[in-house]
Design a protein around this ligand. Structure first.
Ligand code: KIV
Length: 263
């Protein structure tokens, strides 16, 4: 199967094919989601909550991201690998943003994602100028949740909807190749999708987008705190608990290892 590049993503979008993105943070799950046929793997800063046990994504560092991006890249996926820029890695200056985006690419990312609208277009332009594709992220932008007043649905007022649309257009204008729209009213996400000529990849923003993204640990029932818009497709937490309980039981009863497991 041929490698999915930015050109392939945009061709699929132009053909009207819905794009599929999912998060992964390590080598085995990157292999598995790639075998499942996703278009893009996002090494999201959600790693902080769902894998590292941090209270929010604000604790995630560049060191964390580089560690996880390189693990995913070693799986050599066919899917395009997007590395999330963590909180504090792009706010201070264009130079710092470019330096950190370069580090993510050196670790194996094929594009970077950063949160924000009109306030980050200078960063987006600078990173693209350095030769790195950028994915935007609008709506509920968890890194800025203190400013937004918590994890709340965006686009509920006319003013918010207008600002989101302006943000999307500004990101497109700055050269972003796609935009994640998170937890935004479905009619607002639809309007944005119809108003820009780049793919919108939605999460908790309804069906009228160019594609959808979910956090892998939500899909698998492995996250402690699941947002209301995440669908659990299989409860792995139950399967893991039961498998380990069985192992513990067999050890305690002297049933493991049985003859076939030793020489
Ligand atoms: O970090 C992440 O997983 C994300 C997705 C929720 C889009 O940004």
């Amino acid at each position: 199967m041929e490698k999915i590049t930015i050109r392939k993503v945009l061709k699929k979008y132009q053909r009207g094919e819905r794009l599929v993105m999912v998060t992964a943070y390590d080598y085995p799950t990157a292999k598995l989601v790639d075998q499942a046929g996703v278009d893009m793997i996002l090494v999201g800063d959600s790693v902080g909550m769902v894998v590292l046990g941090y209270p929010s994504s604000n604790q995630v560092t560049m060191k964390d991201m580089l560690h996880h991006v390189s693990a995913v890249a070693r799986a050599n996926p066919r899917a395009m690998v997007i590395g999330d820029m963590p909180f504090g890695s792009y706010e201070a200056s264009n130079e710092e943003a470019v330096r950190n985006a370069v580090e993510l690419v050196r670790a194996g990312a094929e594009a970077v994602k950063l949160e924000g609208g009109q306030e980050v277009v200078d960063r987006v332009r600078a990173i693209i100028k350095a030769g790195i594709p950028v994915m935007g992220h609008l709506g509920l932008t968890p890194q800025k949740r203190h400013l937004l007043g918590g994890y709340r649905l965006r686009g509920k007022t006319e003013q918010e909807a207008k600002e989101l649309l302006e943000d999307a257009k500004a990101l497109e204008d700055a050269g972003a190749f796609a935009i994640v729209i998170e937890y935004v009213k479905a009619d607002v996400a639809k309007k944005i999708t119809e108003s820009v000529n780049i793919p919108t990849i939605c999460i908790g923003a309804g069906p009228h987008c160019s594609g959808q993204v979910l956090v892998l640990h939500d899909i698998l029932g492995l996250s402690e705190m699941r947002p209301p818009f995440a669908k659990v497709y299989f409860d792995c937490s139950k399967a893991i608990r039961e498998a380990v309980q069985k192992f513990a039981e067999e050890v305690r009863e002297g049933k493991f290892p049985s003859e076939e497991y030793y020489r």
